[in-house]
Ligand binder design. Sequence first.
Ligand SMILES: O=P(O)(O)O[C@@H]1C[C@H](O)[C@@H](CO)O1
Ligand code: HPA
Length: 314
Amino acid sequence: MFSPVSPCTWLYSSFPGSLHTPETECYCCSFDDYKLTTEWLLNQTNHRPKVAVICGSGLGLLADGATNKQTFRYQDIPNFPVSTVPGHEGCLVFGKIEDTSCVFMKGHFHLYEGYSLCQVTFPVRIFKLMGVESVLVTNASGGICPDFKVGDIMIIKDHINLPGFAGQHPLCGPNDERFGIRFPCMSDAYSKDLRTLALDVGSELGCSHFLRSGVYCMVSGPNFETIAEARMLLTLGCDSVGMSMVPEVTVAKHSGLRVLGLTLITNKVSLDYSREEKVNHDEVLEICKMRAELLQKLVTTLIGRCQLQSINRH
Ligand SMILES: O=P(O)(O)O[C@@H]1C[C@H](O)[C@@H](CO)O1
Ligand code: HPA
């Protein structure tokens, strides 16, 4: 739709229009904001990523499988929000998986941190402008489906955008046709080819018994669900619930990126008033740590296989 911007030589000593300031609470990013950040990054790195991996809570280790790495802290990248949640390191890592040039977000942003959805999804449009074609989004979530176990990995086949129903939607506001159309179709947000590939790779790696497929629901957080809310989500057809991912997926799909979503079931959501266990973020991070190595293997194998099957190329 538009050609990637060429690298500029201008170096930033300050970041005019920075999104970090409190007065930009309801900030809506302009095309120039995206362009400025893209040009800055293209000027700082020789990597030209085709795949972006967004690492959710405690999953930054996914970047460790890459070679020839180059790292930027979010606070050093013009216009980038910064991570405020434990388990989100807050840096962008460029590197290679086999022959595929990738960019990893070690940590992403949430509505509950006080960021606007424009800020939450800001990196996705930067990736698009840099030439990325596929986005692999990962996060942690609670299992609603009674069959799910802690440690299961759910391949997302669809989502429910609960904040979107209440007007918290990343595509609200003027539509920029340079990114995508006003009314994008979301019925195929998660690429069928990539989901099939993930299942195949998972079975090759011997993890079929904890690989699931299902519907993810986003809530705003930051509190975990009440039992009545959890029961409502079960009735609505949700298999898991979390506090992220849907805005990034929506913006990625809007701009024609291919999407794969993987969510790690870190806890079972209470559906029963007699259940004693109480979920907390430390437990979420603990399960992420337990599964990180396997998820890393799954992600790196998938990226290598994508290249072989040319799934990255449209
Ligand atoms: O960034 P993700 O969605 O993986 O983080 C989950 C949701 C909350 O941020 C946090 C709750 O423990 O983990
Ligand atoms: O149970 C949960 N609910 C919402 N978000 C989550 N992220 C990890 N676990 C959960």
